[in-house]
Write a protein that binds this ligand. Structure first.
Ligand code: ADP
Ligand code: ASP
Ligand code: MG
Length: 413
């Protein structure tokens, strides 16, 4: 069996969904399990619904807007849209009913019960559409198959239960299911972390002992830099799992960082290909493959915070201080992307995904002197050489660090 993942960009509107059918017709679809994300930016829009709901202000207008967008796609795709329209409307009615009845104050729990609708509705539309154009498939609710703990918004996979459940899937038909979602022991919806559909596909590939996995993107494959921010990018034809993990870890958002581990464990060939050019080879990721072509790879992480932490009385920053600071960062779910220390100071480049940094700094201010610069950029250059940092000429450099073949530079944005 092959696992295909179609992300948000590949199903963002009616034309894109028609293109998915064309991709399948070109590359073949017998023995395929398809993992599909929410359409375009739907997850962001549903995040807004959650925020409005929690603030107790009008969220219905936003829901109506999202629903209308989906219904419009259905109108564009189907000659006889009645059945799919009804299915879409039912999903949004379920969402509204949940919000009316919910008593839980747990933000993360509410978040998962709401944002899951994006994937449920997109897979419903795509599955129905493919069936109408002769690509016969069966729709499955992934929450019956990917089982997690109850860490809402970052569900940790229960591999044993997941493997057992996925083993019950029929092998004689094309499967369509949702990325990003799972469920806990009580069958409440969980999500696997933003952009987590690549990881969902890898979970299926692992449990199905897939012959390969392909993620279909709006780029020709893994490039040596994000074309949104860098010019003259180069397609990487081949990379190892390790290289892919490093690139994803440092922020190459084309692959979710958790994707590689399940694939590497079973040595499953992995491809990143373009849904615009499905027959082009794209990037192949596999065991021990030397990066080809050998070129510097650039990764930009925006919206970082640079902290310089030093002791108030010029005493050393000891293991005890480091341990206290890192525990506090861990508790606040603040991710450290770079660290550098000297006798009396510690510099950190961090990411504050959940907006806990100010609270943490207030706490650390009792014991340390802290300077804080917001909105800095972190550039990571893998396989750098003497000329690799030329593209940063003119930017004000705040910190630089090298480790083996990786150079990291923090600049003002
Ligand atoms: P999906 O549709 O699956 O959600 P994403 O938008 O998450 O796809 O990933 C594709 C995007 O990743 C590209 O449009 C590109 O801007 C970005 N990207 C970041 N780094 C790279 C890279 N090294 N190579 C290719 N694309 C990259
Ligand atoms: N729809 C989810 C998100 O936008 C998951 C994904 O697309 O990978 O984060
Ligand atoms: Mg995405």
């Amino acid at each position: 069996m092959k696992v295909y993942k179609f992300g948000g960009a590949s199903v963002k509107d009616a034309e894109s969904i028609r293109n998915v059918a064309q991709v399948l017709q070109k590359v073949g679809y017998s023995d395929v399990c398809m993992i599909i994300s929410a359409m375009g930016k739907t997850t962001n829009a549903l995040e807004e619904v959650v925020a409005l709901y929690v603030e107790q202000v009008d969220y219905q207008t936003k829901i109506n807007e999202i629903k209308e967008q989906h219904l419009q796609v259905v109108q564009d795709l189907f000659d006889q849209p009645k059945r799919t329209t009804q299915a879409v409307e039912n999903l949004f009615s379920d969402l509204e009913a949940f919000l009316r009845r919910n008593k839980s104050p747990n933000y993360n729990y509410i978040y998962d019960q709401v944002v899951c609708k994006g994937e449920l509705v997109s897979t419903t539309i795509v599955s129905e559409y493919l069936n109408t154009v002769g690509i016969h498939n069966a729709w499955y609710d992934v929450r019956e198959y990917i089982k997690t703990d109850d860490t809402y918004r970052e569900g940790q996979v229960d591999w044993e239960k997941t493997q057992k459940a996925i083993a019950t899937l029929p092998k004689d038909r094309m499967i369509i299911t949702q990325g990003f979602l799972g469920s806990d022991a009580n069958f409440f919806t969980t999500t696997l972390g933003r952009e987590g559909s690549d990881y969902s596909a890898a979970i299926f590939a692992y449990c199905l002992d897939a012959e390969s996995m392909t993620i279909w993107k709006d780029v020709p494959g893994v490039l040596n830099a994000d074309p949104r921010y860098f010019e003259d990018t180069v397609l990487l034809d081949r990379i190892s799992y390790e290289e892919a993990i490093e690139l994803a870890y440092y922020g190459a958002s084309v692959i979710h960082p958790k994707t590689m581990q399940p694939l590497q464990n079973k040595n499953i060939p992995f491809f990143v290909k373009s849904f615009y050019e499905p027959l082009a080879p794209g990037t192949s990721v596999g065991q021990g493959q030397k990066i080809s072509p050998k070129t510097a790879c650039y990764i930009l992480k925006k919206d970082q915070h640079l902290l310089h932490i030093s002791s108030i009385d010029f005493s050393f920053i000891t293991e005890e201080n480091l341990s206290a600071i890192f525990n506090a960062l861990y508790d606040a779910k603040i991710k450290v992307n770079l660290m550098q220390n000297s006798a009396i100071s510690l510099s950190l480049c961090v990411e504050d995904k959940y907006q806990h940094l100010n609270e943490l700094l207030n706490q650390l201010n009792h014991d340390y002197k802290i300077s804080h610069e917001k909105g800095v950029n972190l550039y990571t250059i893998r396989h750098y050489d003497d000329n690799s940092d030329q593209c940063l000429a003119g930017k004000e450099e705040l910190l630089r660090q090298t480790f083996k073949e990786t150079l990291q530079i923090v600049t003002k944005s």
